[in-house]
Design a protein around this ligand. Structure first.
Ligand SMILES: NC(=O)c1ccc[n+]([C@@H]2O[C@H](COP(=O)([O-])OP(=O)(O)OC[C@H]3O[C@@H](n4cnc5c(N)ncnc54)[C@H](OP(=O)(O)O)[C@@H]3O)[C@@H](O)[C@H]2O)c1
Length: 301
């Protein structure tokens, strides 16, 4: 049974909507529903901007191990892009090696400014990823969105893409991002949101909730910078109330705890980071008061 058959067989979209956004999977991994379909996704996905490595086995073996563990722990959504050097090719090869394509939700992006170039780029991505269907296609940093979105919708109507979205990680794009969110029909947005950079919560995340758009959170660790900033400072004792035993879990639970967030996609090339980050998908997420406490604690450091 693959990812989608499991979701359908276990619950069905109508009953999912009735259950609300957060439910526990049989493996006790927290999942949330994609508003436009009711399909469930685990709240921890995989960011792969550092998967663009060489072809050598020495470069690829650690990534294969991280990917295998991600799959074993119940992870499904993997985010990549043509911009991430050889990442799509590496993922296509590793996923085929591991034989796990049917269990995964693959998201990639476009960044071309004409319809034929977008079409050609998406064909190229599908070939590299060895995927007859791409689960989610996103316009990367809004580049060429006016011409790209209609081509993506054509692909979606033909069954070659499941969901359509846009991405950014830059606050200076938020104004334009909001306009596209208001005026286009989107299944997903992807945006940066962390204890360090919370601007998305001002307008974009509430708008996504209003419009029924799924939200992928990128850069929940500020690209790793937050770990340098917090150093070896201990977590507060109350972080254990919602199941945090590491800074990574504290940061991921904060991001995924936002009611509009569907999942986060921490970049992880190391197996022990996959293990650590999946801890954030267990137990429960912080409530509104606890998230305010997290913000105050982070600001006091
Ligand atoms: N505009 C866009 O569309 C856009 C922009 C930015 C990012 N993204 C997507 O979002 C993903 C995430 O962003 P990001 O990778 O730049 O930043 P990030 O997730 O904030 O941080 C990734 C860094 O944190 C490290 N890390 C991961 N888990 C850790 C743990 N448990 N403890 C300590 N360190 C840990 C990683 O190390 P290792 O790699 O060594 O495991 C890596 O150096 C990207 O991979 C990409 O898929 C999209």
């Amino acid at each position: 049974m693959d990812r989608r058959e499991f979701t359908k067989a276990s619950l069905g979209a109508a009953s999912l909507a009735a259950l609300g956004p957060v439910i526990a999977a049989p493996e006790h991994i927290i999942q949330k529903a994609i508003p436009s379909s009711g399909e469930l996704v685990p709240i921890i996905g995989l960011g792969t901007s550092r998967y663009g490595v060489a072809e050598s086995e020495a470069s690829r073996a650690p990534l294969r191990a991280a990917l295998a563990r991600f799959h074993q722990l119940g992870g499904t959504l993997i985010d990549t892009a043509p911009q991430y050097r050889t990442s799509e090719t590496v993922l296509g090869d590793l996923i085929a090696d591991l034989g796990i394509r049917n269990d995964l939700f693959i998201a990639t992006k476009t960044d071309k400014s004409s319809a034929p170039a977008t079409d050609a780029q998406m064909r190229d991505s599908a070939r590299k990823l060895k995927a007859t269907k791409i689960d989610l296609m996103q316009v990367h940093n809004l580049r060429g969105w006016k011409t790209a979105l209609p081509v993506m919708r054509e692909w979606r109507d033909e069954g070659r893409i499941q969901y359509v979205g846009i991405s950014t990680s830059r606050a200076r794009q938020y104004e334009d991002f909001e306009v596209v969110m208001r005026n286009q029909e989107l299944d997903f947005i992807q945006i940066n949101y962390s204890l360090e950079q919370r601007e998305a919560a001002d307008r974009i995340l509430p708008l996504a909730a209003d419009r029924g758009i799924a939200v992928i959170i990128n850069r929940a660790f500020g690209g790793g910078r937050i770990f340098d900033a917090v150093g070896d400072k201990p977590l507060p004792g109350w972080a254990q109330d919602f199941g945090c035993s590491s800074w990574a879990q504290f940061l991921l639970k904060f991001a995924c705890g936002h009611p509009a967030a569907t999942l986060a996609i921490p970049g992880m090339t190391k197996l022990h980071h996959v293990e650590d980050n999946f801890g954030a998908a267990r137990g429960r997420l912080p409530d509104e008061e606890e998230r305010k406490q997290q913000e105050a604690f982070y600001d006091s450091l």
